[in-house]
Structures are given as C-alpha cells and as structure tokens.
Design a protein around this ligand. Structure first.
Ligand code: HEM
Ligand code: HEM
Length: 193
C-alpha cells in the first residue's frame, strides 16, 4: 500500500493558466456578489427587488457556472493540487497531514513568521473549504430564489457570514505571503515581477 506523508501528499503549488483564469473570474464574481448584497434591496412579498438585486441574480448565476467549471477542472487537471488535496475528508492519512501542517503553520505564526515549503496540505484544505462555502452560497441562492425553496434563502443568509470570513482571511493570508517575499498574489493574478 502506498505510504502517505506530508512530503509526498501535495503536488507543487504551480498553477496553470486555466486554474488562474477560473480563480480570477470566481474571485471577481464573489467580491461583486458580497458588495452588491450591501446595497441591494431583495424582493419581499409582492415587492420586486431593485436593480442591484437584478445584478446579484445575474452575477450569482455566473458564479454558479464558474464554480461548476472549477469542480470539473479540479477533477481533470494534472500536475497541480488535486481534488483529493482540496477535499481531504475521505482519507485519514490526508487529514493527519492537514493537521500536522496546521500545527506547523500555527507554530510559525506564533513566532511571527511563515513556514518555507512547497507542500501545503493545510492551505489546500482551506482553499477547498472556500470552494464548498462559495458553492453552498450559489446553490442556495439559486434554489431559494428560482425554485422558491424558502429554507434555502435562510441557508444563504447564514452561510454568507462564512463567505465574508473566508474572503477576509484568504486575502489577508495572500497579502502576508506577498509582503514576506513569496509572490503568490503576483503569480495568481498574472502580474510579472
Ligand atoms: C456565490 C454566489 C453568491 C454570493 C456570494 C451571494 C451573497 C449574498 C449575500 C452576502 C447576501 C446577504 C445575506 C444577508 O445578510 O441577508 C445575499 C442575499 C441574497 N441573495 Fe445572494 N449570493 C450569491 C448568489 C445568489 C444567487 C445565484 C441568487 C439567486 C438569484 C441569490 C439571491 C439572493 C437573495 C434572494 C438574497 C436576499 C435573501 C434575503 O434577504 O432573504 N444569491 N446573497
Ligand atoms: C471568495 C472568493 C475566492 C475563492 C472561493 C478563492 C478560492 C481559491 C482557491 C480554491 C485557491 C486554490 C486554487 C487551486 O489550488 O486550484 C486559491 C488560491 C489563491 N487565491 Fe483565492 N479565492 C477567492 C478570492 C481571492 C482573492 C480576492 C484573492 C486576492 C486578493 C485571492 C488570492 C489567491 C492567491 C494568491 C492564491 C494562491 C495561494 C497559494 O499559492 O497558496 N483569492 N483561491
């Protein structure tokens, strides 16, 4: 049986143009959706939503499409982080590697620095969580609004808090890496250094 350890679990964090393009659209769409939610008036009873809500509906469907594309792409792609690394829940060995990496990252964070390594099972698992949260947002919005499943809009509202938390934490971590000299933001967003 193949042995798993932190060092052989994760593939390189090299990301293809396709991954970076999908990520770019997804990040833009989700930031737009969260911003629109701050200004829009959603439909209530007989009253229709305003023009900002109409945009929320359209960009929301675009986000749903981008997420479906990401899910399919994460299953198909080679030489990048694999779907099982983004969603490690079905393997005890992978979960153990995520936990060990989490302890390592925490230890370094308490010393106000970051581990220098290409393997990052914990970060991969957090990215997977971001995709799950965004997918629940898009699916609950669409099913609550178009299929009129009222309960789903309740899910949409509750999970929106997690979406904000993910976005803030994710961007904060990316900026910290960039400031520390690990140019992940530039690489992810096609910025030449
Ligand atoms: C990833 C995509 C999406 C994100 C990030 C998102 C985000 C949000 C946020 C943050 C809110 C405000 C929640 C609150 O505090 O009350 C909201 C409300 C809402 N969204 Fe979305 N949304 C997305 C997709 C959609 C889609 C596809 C639809 C379908 C048309 C939709 C319909 C709604 C509706 C109807 C509300 C008002 C809910 C209420 O006030 O009861 N959303 N959305
Ligand atoms: C809420 C919307 C977002 C979601 C759901 C999301 C999701 C993800 C995912 C899944 C990955 C890993 C990609 C892969 O391995 O295939 C990733 C990486 C990354 N994201 Fe985002 N992202 C979002 C928004 C953003 C924004 C707004 C920024 C920039 C300010 C950003 C910066 C990055 C960077 C720099 C990486 C590379 C991290 C690394 O190499 O360790 N993301 N994101």
């Amino acid at each position: 049986m193949k042995e798993f350890s932190i060092t052989n679990l994760s593939s390189k964090t090299q990301r293809s143009v396709t991954t970076r393009l999908i990520h770019l659209f997804l990040a833009l769409l989700i930031v737009i959706q969260l911003a629109l939610s701050l200004v829009m008036t959603a439909p209530s009873g007989a009253q229709a939503g305003d023009q900002w809500f109409e945009l929320h509906e359209k960009f929301g469907l675009a986000a749903l499409a981008a997420l479906l594309i990401f899910w399919v792409w994460s299953l198909l792609r080679n030489k990048e982080v694999k779907a099982v690394e983004l969603f490690p829940y079905f393997s005890a060995a992978r979960m153990a590697a995520v936990y060990a990496d989490f302890k390592d990252v925490t230890k370094h964070a308490l010393q106000l620095n970051m581990p220098d390594k290409s393997e990052q099972p914990f970060a991969n698992a957090v990215h997977g969580l971001g995709i799950i949260i965004a997918s629940v947002m898009a699916a609950s919005g669409a099913s609550g609004y178009f299929l009129k499943i009222g309960f789903m809009l309740g899910v949409h509202e509750v999970v929106s808090k997690l979406m904000w938390a993910y976005l803030i934490g994710h961007v904060f971590a990316a900026i910290l890496h960039q400031l520390r000299g690990d140019a992940i933001l530039s690489r992810m967003f096609f910025i030449k250094k």
